[in-house]
Design a protein around this ligand. Structure first.
Ligand code: HEC
Length: 153
């Protein structure tokens, strides 16, 4: 019985996540904008704490840094789906520039690069090597700025 119930539940879970993936729940452009902005904002919260430590504005704490780096790495994959839907084009409520959809491959490449940067930062943080941490942080920060310069108002 338990086994049957368990596999039923996992089928339900699979079905739910599969349909959520197909639709991304973004039939509504406002929802897509809200989703990506919130995701970027939480990503930024984690990045900013690390930035304060790298700059020396707050004391470096290797444990906290590694936690923030883990969350940052997880979050760097989240925002981008909010840019992908037809109808999620910019309106008054977004700083996303139309150039994103004219240069979609470049935009996606930058988003993927950020995820690689975040993994490198996560590894440096886990190893606790401050020089490598600083370098990996700066690489990621340059990617934020590069993409914002091109695609954010
Ligand atoms: C691939 C391009 C790209 C990269 C890389 C990128 N951003 Fe952004 N970011 C955007 C765009 C486009 C917007 C505008 C989104 C909107 O308003 O709909 C944005 C908006 C934001 C916002 C504002 C969210 C809000 O509440 O409106 C924050 C904060 C942010 N980014 C932080 C970062 C940080 C920190 C990094 C690097 C760690 C980063 N971004 C990397 C494209 C990018």
């Amino acid at each position: 019985m338990i086994k049957v119930a368990g596999s039923f539940l996992s089928i339900v879970a699979l079905t739910v996540s599969a349909s959520a993936f197909a639709q991304h729940a973004f039939n509504d452009a406002d929802k897509a904008v809200e989703y990506r902005q919130k995701a970027l904002s939480i990503m930024q919260n984690n990045f900013a704490v690390m930035g304060d430590m790298v700059k020396g504005d707050i004391e470096f704490d290797g444990t906290i840094f590694a936690e923030r780096a883990n969350d940052f790495a997880a979050l760097t994959s989240i925002p981008w789906i909010g840019f992908s839907q037809e109808g999620a084009m910019p309106g008054n409520n977004t700083d996303a520039l139309p150039a994103i959809w004219d240069n979609w491959e470049d935009f996606v490449e930058r988003a993927e690069k950020l995820q690689q940067d975040a993994k490198a930062l996560q590894q440096a943080a886990a190893a606790g090597e401050q020089g490598a941490i600083r370098e990996a942080f700066m690489t990621a920060a340059r990617n934020c700025k590069g993409c914002h310069d091109q695609y954010k108002d």
